[in-house]
Design a protein around this ligand. Structure first.
Ligand code: COI
Length: 353
């Protein structure tokens, strides 16, 4: 793919690496590519970061035909730049696109676009421990029209943000509210797509949980409100009586790349791990029997986040005395070690720029 590059004439001041927060600062450039029916994806370009002209009737603004991704670039101690499984994110774009009736992208071209953009803004990649360059590709329906149907034109955009930890807790365990009222997704819906609607559907529950002192919401299935699905921005794992379990992907759960990597690495390390249906009652009972040993979330933004407590219908489920567990710590150390280049990548996950 041919990508034209127009550099900014006014580079911005870089933020202080010790106070990056998450998704607040943006780099100097962005990638844009257009889709026009009959012409396909065209005009790949890197341009200065800034506001984009969007028609007020652009269909994404009205009917939510939009998807996004999240991945990270890391700076190693010797200055190399690493990407973690970028092809998996771009394959997931196409899964989301199929569900949202958005034309598919070429995975290799889009990995190339990420690499080119990260190279142009390489100077922005932070190197302090726990920091990285968050990469946010997204696609939205740009056609100006108000009929409810798939659009005929789209834009694929990539923006970059130097980030620190997603949760203020960092690697300290978070408190989670088990949501028994609102639902995020139902079977046959959009739950497994990384689409804006799923995040819009999560906001009210998240606000209410925050007001009660919880960091995130744990979603149950949308029909019986019995089966554990995922946490707001992460997939969820439990260690019960020596076995690591995570909810099976049944169409309502986001197929996380950190989730997939965690399963692969536990299997390789010989830790028993299974993907299956898990009821919230099972978690409660395991806790009551002293067999709920650990709980943690996985995600690109959240990395590995230990969970110290669940609140479910007025019951408090404390996990491992509110401390990070041994498996959670091992998964965190291994995944972040591979991502930062400190540990050898025996999986073939890393792509060097
Ligand atoms: C990610 O982990 O990359 C996400 O997209 C989660 C969230 C920030 C929406």
């Amino acid at each position: 793919m041919n990508i034209s590059i127009t550099k900014t004439a006014a580079p911005k001041q870089k933020p202080d690496q010790s106070h990056l927060g998450f998704g607040i600062h943006f780099t100097d450039h962005m990638f844009i590519m257009d889709y026009t029916e009959g012409k396909g994806w065209h005009d790949a370009r890197i341009v200065p970061y800034g506001p984009m002209a969007v028609d007020p009737s652009a269909m994404a603004l009205h009917y939510g035909q939009a998807i996004f991704e999240g991945l990270k670039a890391y700076r190693t101690a010797n200055g190399e730049i690493l990407l973690f499984r970028p092809e998996k994110n771009m394959q997931r774009v196409n899964n989301s696109n199929r569900l949202l009736c958005i034309p598919e992208i070429n995975v290799d071209d889009c990995v190339q676009a990420i690499k080119e953009l990260v190279k142009v803004d390489a100077y922005w990649i932070p190197s302090a421990p726990g920091t990285s360059l968050y990469i946010r590709p997204f696609i939205f329906a740009s056609e100006p029209a108000l009929g409810v149907r798939p659009a005929h034109s789209y834009q694929f955009v990539i923006i970059l943000s130097p980030v620190g930890a997603y949760y203020k807790e960092g690697i300290n365990p978070v408190k989670i509210y088990v949501e028994s009222n609102y639902v995020r997704a139902v079977r046959g819906g959009l739950g497994e797509a990384k689409t804006v609607a799923n995040y819009a559907a999560s906001l009210k529950a998240q606000v209410e949980a925050k007001e009660q002192g919880y960091t995130q919401v744990l979603w149950l299935d949308g029909v019986e409100k019995k089966y554990v699905e995922e946490v707001g921005t992460m997939n969820v794992f439990f260690k019960i009586n020596g076995e690591v379990v995570t909810p099976a992907l049944t169409g309502t759960i986001l197929p996380g790349i950190t989730r997939m990597s965690t399963i692969e690495l536990l299997k390789k390390a010989g830790v028993p791990v299974s993907e299956r249906k898990i009821t919230i009652q099972e978690i409660y009972d395991a806790h009551a029997a002293g067999k709920l040993e650990e709980a943690f979330g996985t995600g690109t933004a959240a990395v590995i986040s230990p969970i110290g407590e669940f609140s479910w219908n007025g019951n408090v489920i404390k996990v491992n005395d509110g401390k990070i567990g041994e498996v959670s710590q091992r998964v965190y150390d291994t995944i972040t070690g591979i991502q930062s280049g400190e540990l050898e990548d025996t999986f073939g996950w890393i792509q060097k720029l």
